[in-house]
Design a protein around this ligand. Sequence first.
Ligand SMILES: Cc1cc2nc3c(=O)[nH]c(=O)nc-3n(C[C@H](O)[C@H](O)[C@H](O)COP(=O)(O)OP(=O)(O)OC[C@H]3O[C@@H](n4cnc5c(N)ncnc54)[C@H](O)[C@@H]3O)c2cc1C
Length: 514
Amino acid sequence: MGAPKLLTDTRARAAYAEGAGIYRIVPAAVAIPRDVGEVAALARWAAETGTPLVPRGAGSGMPGGNVGSGVVVDLSQGFLQLTVDPERRLARAGASVTCARVNDACRPYGLRLPPDPSSGAFATCGGMVATNAAGPRSVRYGSVRRWVESVEVVDADGNVRTVRRGGGAGPRYPAPDSGYRPHFPRTRKNSSGYALDRFAESGDELDLLIGSEGTLAIITAVQWRLDPIPPDLAGVALGFTDLAALAEAVPFVVSLNPSSVELLDRTLLQHIAEAPPVACLLLIEFERETAAAARAVVGDVVRGLKHALAHVETAVDRAGLDKLWDVRRLASPALARLPASQRSLQVIEDGCVPLERLGDYIAGLRAAAERRGVPVAIFGHAGDGHVHVNALPDTTRAGWREALEGLFADGIDLVIHLGGVPAGEHGAGRLRAGVLERFYGEEMFALFRAVKRAYDPLSILNPGVIIPAADWAPLAALKVGNGAAPIPEDIATRLRDMERNAAWATSKLELTHA
Ligand SMILES: Cc1cc2nc3c(=O)[nH]c(=O)nc-3n(C[C@H](O)[C@H](O)[C@H](O)COP(=O)(O)OP(=O)(O)OC[C@H]3O[C@@H](n4cnc5c(N)ncnc54)[C@H](O)[C@@H]3O)c2cc1C
């Protein structure tokens, strides 16, 4: 079987020059394989010609793993097969299938894929496994790692194989000696580099491939483990007048086994007219076997935190919860109404710290934003010590780029100081590749390089991602500002609209139509 045709015209290359996140890098070409055979042929051709491949799903990833100067391989179209085996609680999905489609297919059987990335409507199964994606519910159900039973992959040399949970270390990288325990930061979530800690625990190659961001192999299918949908739920919105009170409350809430504990900080709430007048808000959900149990635990939370609360609103069913959650849904439209010059740029958007350092982390982020003169909006997964930060620099102001660089540096220093990791669910990408060694140390990073060499000795697969390029510069190749790579104006406008409307499910070739 031959490799797919390469699209090399200016408009097609421009349509794939951006993903979510900050970068614009025009690829040399685009390939849209229709099946595993074409991916394998493409990998063999890339190895023969020394051409870098940039595996890509919907392009919704933030840290630049989905863009690059080689051949972008669009895996969002050709791998749409999906079957559900309700008896065994498994679903086999092609790499292009979205998270939402998996759940739509499982729901009639009372099953679901528990991690629920907010990008589920467009994130592909390939992209979710490649980034070890997560979501609000991960506080109870973990990241996708726990839910992957097997993956079908194409190796850098074009070999096709299936890698299973319990399948052992595989042929590429040696199994660690028993008793070997790599030193990793103690966070509840981590999508920053190769999961050598998980690999050491399980001895399974699968753990190296999950979260490998297209740098070790190309994923063509995923077999998911499914879980029954819990019958009942209840929730509560809790407002606090100060951050310290919220930070103290979170470990108590987490000890009650919630299914989400989401934070909206005042830096975000100030943009939402309908939000209660509090310094920060927690949106909490409990899934339980009965309505009574769900309501009872909400009561426990409110009673336990009564002394610290400035606002309480409870919900006893799905409709009520949706209403509580409206305030979070209003955040994106509110930010979209900011002046066009105030761009949302994700440079420190995914840090994750040990739960007991959450308050210090948010306070440190607020202080860094103040110091650098870059407004931020902070929100995210408080129950996992993991928050997202939208940096909102005014790109018409002189010095905005230097200020943003300063914020990036401060954010990384802060996470290191607090014993965290730079990415809880988005991945290291290009943006954070050059700082990983500071988090893991020289010895561990040498092992990262060894993993990469074992899988991809010619560095064909997504070079510059996880393992930094020699000229790594995190804030080069921005999609914003004078230095942005030139692409046709109409395509730049459509890419901007796609970003603003989170329309990542759009076929990128549609953007090229005149
Ligand atoms: C509005 C919005 C909300 C978001 N919310 C969440 C959230 O709640 N949780 C979360 O985890 N993320 C979230 N994200 C980030 C993003 O959606 C996830 O990282 C998602 O898993 C990426 O999937 P994708 O198909 O878009 O992959 P892409 O962005 O195309 O790729 C991401 C990375 O995976 C690699 N990759 C993609 N497909 C393959 C493949 N088949 N084989 C090998 N490597 C591959 C790429 O090389 C790249 O490094 C959000 C993004 C947006 C824009």
